[in-house]
Structures are given as structure tokens and as C-alpha cells.
Design a protein around this ligand. Structure first.
Ligand code: ADP
Length: 412
């Protein structure tokens, strides 16, 4: 072997060792880099140490960013979950990508089944399909929920380049209040228009015909009950409005039951004109705490109804029973009674079982509504027990907190 050959062999051997070392470090790098967890870089030779350190720093920054992004995602989704709205993310073609629980509940989405589905295949209400077609999203659209029991307000909000959010809100309560307000205005207008039409008719007749004084008196006599009816209605509306807006009744002001019950009974006698047997029974010795006018108004309404819906010759029994556990004022009559189907709606404004009979006897349809409000303001509840053709019993039940031991024993 010549010196040259020996030199070349040594060089080759040195190169092989160097290559082997590089390969070994490279394998180390591969092994280390393929670990999913971030671990300290292994010991490395030569310039590899710097490479490892650089990559380690880079990986650390990347992992930190990824963690922050993941946390941001989780927080955004948690935020979207916590919203009192249904939120659904839609892509440029209005396909469902993600939704929160409220959207799932309100719109009947199934996150797994519906993902990727065009939204119009899931929310099929014609109003919503039109809303998407017209694509004017400046205002929300209202629709009934799939079950039909709820009213929803839906609005599309665009974000990013072409993505959309679908926001849904349960507005059942607001829709109900709106409907009630509409019904209320319609009812009041109707109730006022009838007596006004009659009054206007009489006035025209008096103006157009030359009537003698006696006939004019007759006409005025016929007009008076109509004016009275309008006055009743307005009085009841004002009472209701006061009950709705007045501050809560005092809880330390004593309402003396003896004079109150006697006054209520006297009113019943005056209305009945001796046509009914009316009795008052008192058991217990408590007064009430609260607003006298409100309690008197509730009791008078109950008693007046008993007289109005009990034919002549019937019985009406007023009772005030109190113990330390609570008090009950009840009015029991042997009148026409109420079919059970009407009971849940009796305290609604203008709800009457028999409109004609209510009007004939001077009813406004607001009496029990006033009773319910006045009692509720005293934490009391109204219970109704009635059988058609047999009679009714209306009871106002007061909690112990509204009772005060009577100054004098109450007697019937
Ligand atoms: P109204 O002015 O028509 O009497 P209310 O609110 O006082 O209005 O009562 C609502 C309806 O409940 C009445 O129209 C009547 O049909 C029914 N009602 C109330 N009290 C009695 C009663 N004691 N006996 C039978 N029906 C009653």
C-alpha cells in the first residue's frame, strides 16, 4: 500500500466517522422533533447544539401560541354558550358549522346530524326562507318555534369575509305582552263604543225631533245608564292602572276588619235590594295589614258579583276566618255557578262567561282582574270553587304575615 492509498483510506475513515456522527445527531433530531410533548433537547455535538436550541425555542413559542389559540377558542365558545341568545355559525353558503345549546334548543338543531346542512333545510319556516332570499338582514324576522309554543326572533349578522352568525332569541313573553296590549285596546274601544253609540243616537234624536220636555226627560233617563256604564268602565280601568303602578301596600298599616266587613255587607244589601238572604260570619280575631282601599275594593267586587250572579231568593254568605296561620275572606252564593272550563280564565281582563248577563247587571269584565291584582299585592291568593246551577265560592287567602291581632274582637 502506498502512502497515498493509506492517506486516502484514513480520509475515507475520517469522513465515514464524521458522516456517522452527523447521521446520529440527525436521527436524534428526528426522534426529538417527532415527540408530541415538548421536552428538553438532547445533548448534541458541534453546531447541532445551536440547531437544537433554536428549534427548541421555536417549538416552545409555537406550542404556547397553539395553547393560547386553543384557550381563545374554548373561551369564545364558552362565551357563545353563555349568551342568552341562540348562536349558530354559518358559512358563506349558509350551511351550519357550529351552534350553541340555546340555538339547539330553540331551533331544534342536532349538532352532529345537521352540521354542513344548508340552514333552510333545518329552519323551514317560510318567513325565514323569505328572509334569506331577500337578504336584507337589517331587522330580525319573527317566527313560531317548531313546537309552535314559542315566538322566536332570528337575525343574520355577517362577519369576516363571507361568514354569518344566526342569532335567535326567545321573545315569547314580549310577543304575549304585545298581543295582550292589542287585545286590551281593542276590548276597551269596543266596551266604550257601545254605550257611546247609544248616547250619540239619543242625542241625535233629541236634536232632530222637536220633543216635548217629558219625552226629552224620558230620553235623558235612558241615556243616564249608558253614561254610568262608561263611568264604571273608566273607574275600573283607573283602579287597575293604580294597582299596577302604585308602590307596594304598607305592611304595618292596620285595616280594621269589623267596620270594613260591615261596610261590604251594607253594599251587598244595597245592591240586592232585599232580594237575597245575606249573612256575615266572623271567626277569629285578626285585622289585616295593608292598603284599606285595595282590600275593600277586592272584597266589594266579590260581594257585588255574588249578588249579580245569584237569582232573587238566593243565599249569599260572607265569612272572615282567621287563625295565627292566616286569614280567609270568602263569599259563597247559591247562584248560577260557573262551568269548570271557564275557571282558569276568570281573572283575565274582560273575560266573561256570559257577556250579555255581565252587561245587563252593570259588569265591566274587570272586577276579578282587580281582585286578583289587589290580593297579589298583599301576597294573598284567590281560590274559586263553583258548580254550574248550584253556586260559587270565591275565597281570598291571606298569609300570616298580613295579619295583626285585632284591637277589639270582631263580631258578625
Ligand atoms: P263582570 O263585570 O263581567 O262580572 P268579573 O271580572 O267580575 O267581570 O267576572 C268575570 C266573569 O266571571 C263574569 O262575567 C261572570 O261570568 C263570572 N263570575 C264572577 N263571579 C261570579 C259568581 N259569583 N257567580 C257566577 N259567575 C261569576
Amino acid at each position: 500500500m502506498t502512502w497515498l492509498e493509506i492517506g486516502l483510506a484514513l480520509l475515507a475513515a475520517a469522513l465515514a466517522v464524521a458522516l456517522y456522527r452527523q447521521l446520529r445527531e440527525f436521527r436524534k433530531l428526528k426522534r426529538w422533533a417527532s415527540q408530541s410533548r415538548l421536552s428538553d433537547p438532547p445533548e448534541a455535538e458541534g453546531g447541532w447544539g445551536e440547531v437544537f436550541n433554536f428549534l427548541h425555542r421555536h417549538r416552545r413559542v409555537m406550542l404556547k401560541r397553539r395553547r393560547e389559540l386553543a384557550q381563545l377558542m374554548v373561551r369564545s365558545r364558552r362565551g357563545a354558550q353563555a349568551l342568552p341568545y341562540g348562536v349558530a355559525v354559518l358559512d358563506a353558503d349558509y350551511r351550519l358549522d357550529w351552534c350553541n345549546d340555546a340555538a339547539r334548543d330553540q331551533l331544534g338543531f342536532d349538532a352532529d346530524r345537521d352540521r354542513g346542512q344548508p340552514i333552510v333545510n333545518i329552519v323551514r319556516a317560510p318567513e325565514f326562507v323569505d328572509y334569506l332570499r331577500v337578504a336584507d338582514f337589517s331587522e330580525p324576522v319573527r317566527l313560531g318555534s317548531p313546537g309552535g309554543r314559542r315566538t322566536l326572533s332570528l337575525q343574520i349578522v355577517s362577519f369576516g369575509d363571507e361568514d354569518h352568525l344566526l342569532l335567535s332569541q326567545d321573545v315569547t313573553g314580549a310577543a304575549r305582552v304585545e298581543a295582550m296590549r292589542r287585545d286590551f285596546v281593542a276590548n276597551v274601544s269596543h266596551e266604550l263604543r257601545t254605550p257611546l253609540t247609544v248616547l250619540a243616537g239619543f242625542l241625535e234624536t233629541i236634536q232632530d225631533l222637536k220633543l216635548d220636555a217629558g219625552r226629552v226627560r224620558d230620553y235623558v233617563g235612558l241615556m243616564a245608564p249608558q253614561a254610568e256604564r262608561m263611568k264604571h268602565l273608566i273607574d275600573d280601568l283607573l283602579t287597575l292602572s293604580v294597582l299596577e303602578h302604585a308602590p307596594p301596600p304598607p305592611d304595618a298599616e292596620r285595616v280594621l276588619m269589623r267596620p270594613l266587613l260591615q261596610r261590604v255587607r251594607a253594599e251587598a244589601d244595597a245592591l240586592s235590594l232585599g232580594k237575597h238572604r245575606i249573612s256575615l260570619e266572623v271567626a277569629g280575631s285578626h285585622d289585616l295589614l295593608g292598603a284599606e282601599r285595595e282590600i275593600a275594593s277586592a272584597f266589594t267586587n266579590l260581594v257585588t258579583n255574588a249578588v249579580r250572579y245569584t237569582p232573587a231568593g238566593g243565599d249569599i254568605r260572607l265569612r272572615w276566618i282567621s287563625t295565627d296561620a292566616g286569614g280567609e275572606f270568602s263569599v259563597e252564593d247559591s247562584g248560577i255557578g260557573i262551568d269548570p272550563e271557564h275557571l282558569p280564565r276568570l281573572t283575565e281582563r274582560f273575560y266573561r262567561v256570559d257577556r250579555g248577563r255581565s252587561r245587563e247587571t252593570g259588569g265591566t269584565g274587570l272586577g276579578l282582574s282587580i281582585v286578583k291584582h289587589a290580593l297579589a299585592r298583599h301576597q294573598a291568593a284567590l281560590a274559586v270553587d263553583s258548580r254550574p246551577g248550584k253556586g260559587s265560592r270565591f275565597s281570598a287567602r291571606f298569609p300570616a304575615t298580613r295579619l295583626a291581632a285585632a284591637a277589639q274582637k270582631v263580631q258578625g
